[in-house]
Ligand binder design. Sequence first.
Ligand code: 9MR
Length: 361
Amino acid sequence: MRKTVIPLVIWYSLALITSCKKKPAAEPQQFITLQSTASFPMGSAVNSPRIKGSYYYQGTLTTEYNSITPDYELKFDWTEPQNGVYNYTDGDFLVAFAAQHHIRVHAHNLIWHQALPNWVINFQGDSVAWENLFKTHIESEAAHYKGQVASWDVVNEAIRDDDGTLRNQDVNPGDGSIWRRHLGPDYIARAFQYAHEADPQALLFYNDYGQEWNSVKLDSMIALVVGLKNRGVPISGIGMQMHIDINADNAGITTALKKLAATGLKVHISELDISVNPGNDPNIVFTSALQIAQAGKFQFIAETYRATVPAAQQYGITTWEFSDADSWIPAFFHRKDWPLSFDSLYKKKPAYYGLLKGLKD
Ligand code: 9MR
């Protein structure tokens, strides 16, 4: 019998037609990611050069996370390097990137005693002039990003570690606050009011560190935010930074989360990283025992956040970057460390799986 030979060109045309007419593709695979697993937003600090410079970075970010916190792009020294000279280019890039990828922007920050431009540090003026500087900064930046960011860290790290009072004069070089010195103790309430007037839809946060190990600081932070809330100051939430290490006391973490949740405000774990080398050991090796301890701590934090903070108050968990290649810790403390969920080649670490497990089990 004569075989039917279909000329190649027809064969390809048929193949093309059948492939076009194919029954609807099966449901896309539901990839398991941090953001698909969590019942609240999963965030990372990011910076614009990394997004522009690496597809690994960009791909991991957009796959795993649905919230970002700009690392430096919205800080005062970056947005107004000289008096009246504004630089929103990098911040604008980040909010446009986030909008394109349906990512929430948690803006960071308006008022901090660090990351100030020299013209502010050297500013001479009476209390009226200082108030004007302060108000103008908050209003112009919050207005610029109005409608483009979901929330702001309005005031960052205003409380002292040693006695829980407001930073004021320097105890150690640079750790006091020019804001408190020039504006008086109620500057925090006014910062929230000015931010709210400029962007009434944005959720406004007080952000600080040390809640899990410093009960004096924790209690004064709670007194501060509850006092603001009771006065009708527009505060929506509190940020618990959580720059911790693998030895962090679990009971301290649980107590802090419970107390923060009891304020009724939203609670954002806002800058999480878990150092494995808090002792600055120059010969440290990132052994599997350390990797497992770190994974367990990530898991514990996610589980405890879910168990202690009511769903309506869960603003999300944000890590301070996501790859060990990009953590601030090795450079800042001059040591080896691996504090995040992805390794320096953007591969998932046990820490990633610990976090994932804590988000769902
Ligand atoms: O990680 C941030 C680093 O890249 C910046 O140079 C620095 C100064 O702007 O701020 C670091 O982020 C800090 C954050 O803004 C507030 N909490 C502590 C963070 C780590 O130092």
